[in-house]
Design a protein around this ligand. Sequence first.
Ligand code: FAD
Ligand code: UDP
Length: 383
Amino acid sequence: MKQNYDALIIGAGFAGAVCARELAERGNKRVLVLERRDHIGGNAYDCPDQSGILIHQYGPHIFHTNEQRVFEYLSRFTQWLDYQHRVVANVYGQLMPVPFNLHSLEVAFGDRAPRLEEKLLAAYGPERKVTILELRENTDPELREVADYVYEHVFVHYTMKQWGQTPEQIDPNTTARVPVFLSRDDRYFQDTWQGMPAEGYTPLFARMLDHPNITVVTGTDARERLDLSDGQITLDGKAFCCPVVYTGAADELFAFRFGRLPYRGLKFQFETHNTEFFQTHGTVNYTVDRPYTRITEFKHMTGQVKKECTTTVKEFSYAYTGAEGETPYYAIINPENNTLYQQYKTLADSYSNLHLLGRLAEYKYYNMDAIVKQALELADKLI
Ligand code: FAD
Ligand code: UDP
């Protein structure tokens, strides 16, 4: 192939697609996007399953952000369906809102809830979000009892399933994503903008990548066409000096030179049921038992109307090994792994035109909106 591109983007998820569009449109660059999978969209990819239910192939994705720039940018490529995600924990068959809030307190503590609520509000203030680790430091015996209840019934078993470690052993920012919320707001997120792309994520990506300056090649592993030896980047055997934005795993790009970066993998089990709805909420977290972490029912999220059936997905987490067929989903953030990642980052930085961008490439626990923000900011810099 003739090398007539001004930028190369590896990966067609949010990081790659936003960056490609910006460089093509605002930067007037001819952009080549290489994507290993046979479709665009990265982990946000959705498609109809065999029953015609719109599913998220790589796990449930709900858009939410407080970043106006991100919301306005994506709104160029989609309309939004108003959807406020609500999650309940299944605690031995009893359902209570997650994040654990004042409604959950009533379910869990019954008649004692008003007094405990009063104490919680006096200690932390109304509408406050308190992390479980912070709540467990409280020395008041009654509040300590609440903390222990939430730890035992919401966090410890779920976290063990998801990470293979206890809440104390993992990065505190992870459990802080789902704090105890001293409120009666049952929504999972309180962000200003939240919803689902009205026609789904894949059409959003298709529109974003539909630009005369963008060429997308799917089903191609960029490593087959790239060479990073000798301190420079070659594409199809010729030096490529224009920007290269890489959104895959950093260790993979450099053939695991310093060792493998640890990740958690996920196995998704999709099931179609011959009933209109399977469960009451978009997601039910199984916080005390079952081998899976959660069950999500897509129709609640997508608003799809179909009386005769519905599809759910169960998520099973495991330690990613890199074996054939496994996909890395969650970086395991801790000081040791961050140090290993830094070795790859330093190596990447030695190539003046190579940019690591995205959840895998940056080894971070990013939501979609954070990636879009990062991609817009990298494009600002490159343009
Ligand atoms: P990805 O979407 O992973 O895209 C990277 C792309 O690069 C992939 O398509 C991959 O195939 C491709 N690639 C990698 N290596 C190569 C190569 N060598 N050659 C060619 N192509 C390559 N965020 C939210 O905001 N809300 C949610 O509800 C939410 N739910 C989630 C649920 C799950 C189960 C998971 C795992 C994540 C969830 N996220 C959610 C996070 C969201 O998935 C990420 O923020 C987002 O997808 C990251 O985009 P990205 O472009 O960095 O990575
Ligand atoms: N978590 C938990 N119980 C829950 C929900 C979350 O213990 O019911 C913890 C768990 O450690 C999880 C983390 O909080 O990994 C972040 O949860 P979130 O729902 O944000 O995870 P994601 O949707 O990214 O998988």
